[in-house]
Ligand binder design. Structure first.
Ligand code: HAM
Length: 418
């Protein structure tokens, strides 16, 4: 019997590894600009670490962790909790009041594999521990945006605030009252979670739930003064740094440790897996895991597989574009064909990729050839146009047509947009 890799576990082969290396080295370069230091952490941790930090009622802890039940250990599903474990265990807080740390490595979640979703995946993870200064929130998001920009990946940054232990319970009650009126229409998951974490109904993917919560109260209208002020400063800092973002009142994130600022880097190019990265603030977590009191933190993680997939898509598009013709010249009849023969050569001399048919095919058939070759323009030269010294230039992207002089310079300038 042939033994293959497990479902959701992937080999990364030569040919693909170069993109991985590019992403990792770009991340290291950008992170060092922001004074982040690298650390490497083990794959296995005590199960309790993840259960206590991520939350017992989350999808990750409830159903996705690879746990050796008899040994009480789990293969890390994420690394924020273990970063904090290491920060506490090695007294990193005593070395520097504010620690900026990052790590790169594999994570494990027993999810249903699909494009951009694996059971072993890799994260770039960056965390700042020891400050709740809203400027840091903006800096961390700006760092993520800078990395993506440097990689040439375009995403949108969505942001929300989840409040704090003072204002979130009040909002929770308000939301619960809203959900209770609609409970019959919610999916089983949302019904079940309404007692443990009703906020999860806000980001449920079920279309009916989405409809039901469309008018739900927004946490952004229910923040206490401290959280509202904090969020306002984060926003104005992002504006100052010229980092574009939008607010998403439905974003709650799938891990329980968040408070205040939460954010995601979103793409429309990976089907159902829209998040390239996500993160947020977790001001109570260090203390909860036994570290020094009042040690706030914020960070994010990006999925390497998703970054690499986006880069691969880009490369494919570029290759396709390189193969595409700038113009296909369709001469109709022997005289026009003769004129087109020279014209095509002149256009090629200008550096354009040009297609032509020498077989005297019909216009319909030549248009088909042009389409197949991905030509962005077609120049049609019939006997009538020829008599006027003109052709008809059709832009294949927007289907606009115009008469144009049969002058290679004029045509070349129009087609290349110079
Ligand atoms: P997360 O949103 O669970 O957050 O994961 C962060 C990123 O990891 C996702 O946006 C995605 O790109 C990638 N990812 C997650 N699951 C998979 C999967 N099954 N297959 C492929 N890629 C995946 C966290 O893990 C938090 N620890 C982030 C954080 C850091 N918050 C604060 N600091």
């Amino acid at each position: 019997m042939k033994i293959t890799a497990l479902n959701g576990f992937k080999d990364i082969l030569p040919g693909d590894i170069e993109l991985w290396q590019r992403v990792e080295s770009t991340a290291r370069e950008i992170f060092s600009r922001f004074q982040f230091s690298e650390l490497r952490l083990p794959i296995l941790e005590k199960t309790e670490l993840f259960a206590r930090s991520i939350g017992e009622a989350t999808d990750i802890v409830e159903k996705e962790m690879y746990t050796f039940v008899d040994k009480g250990v789990t293969m890390r599903p994420e690394t924020t909790a273990q970063m904090i474990r290491a920060y506490i265990e090695h007294g990193l807080y005593a070395q520097r009041p504010i620690q900026r740390l990052f790590t790169i490595g594999p994570m494990f979640r027993h999810e249903r594999p699909q494009l951009g979703r694996l059971r072993q995946f890799h994260q770039l993870d960056a965390e700042v521990l020891g400050t709740d200064n809203p400027r840091i929130d903006a800096e961390v998001m700006a760092m993520g945006s800078m990395l993506l920009e440097r990689l040439g990946i375009s995403v949108s940054l969505e942001m929300n605030s989840l409040g704090c232990p003072e204002c979130r319970p009040v909002f929770r009650q308000r939301l619960l009252a809203f959900l209770e009126e609609r409970m019959d229409h919610l999916c089983d998951d949302c019904k079940r979670r309404s007692t443990t974490n009703p906020l999860r109904a806000l980001d449920c993917k079920n279309p009916t739930c989405r409809e039901q919560v469309a008018d739900a109260p927004s946490i952004l209208d229910n923040l206490c003064e401290g959280c509202a002020d904090h969020f306002q400063v984060v926003r104005s800092c992002l504006d100052k740094l010229k980092v574009p973002y939008s607010l998403n009142k439905f974003m709650v994130r799938g891990l329980d440790y968040y408070c205040r600022t939460t954010f995601e880097f979103i793409t429309g190019d990976l089907g159902a897996q829209s998040a390239v990265g996500g993160g947020g603030r977790y001001d109570g977590l260090v203390e909860k895991l036994g570290g020094p009191k009042k040690t706030p933190g914020i960070g994010f993680a990006m999925g390497l597989e998703r970054l690499v997939l986006l880069l691969q898509q880009q490369e494919k598009e570029q290759e396709k574009r390189q193969e595409e013709l700038d113009i296909f010249v369709a001469g109709l009849g022997p005289v026009a064909s003769e004129v087109c023969f020279d014209l095509v050569h002149e256009l090629r001399k200008q550096g354009l990729r040009v297609g032509i048919d020498h077989e005297g095919k019909s216009l319909k058939s030549q248009m088909k050839q042009a389409d197949k070759a991905g030509a962005t323009h077609v120049l049609i030269v019939g006997e009538d146009e020829l008599a006027r010294g003109e052709g008809v230039l059709r832009n294949m992207t927007n289907q606009e047509q115009q008469d144009i002089a049969l002058d290679p310079q004029v045509i070349g300038t129009k087609v290349s947009g110079r």
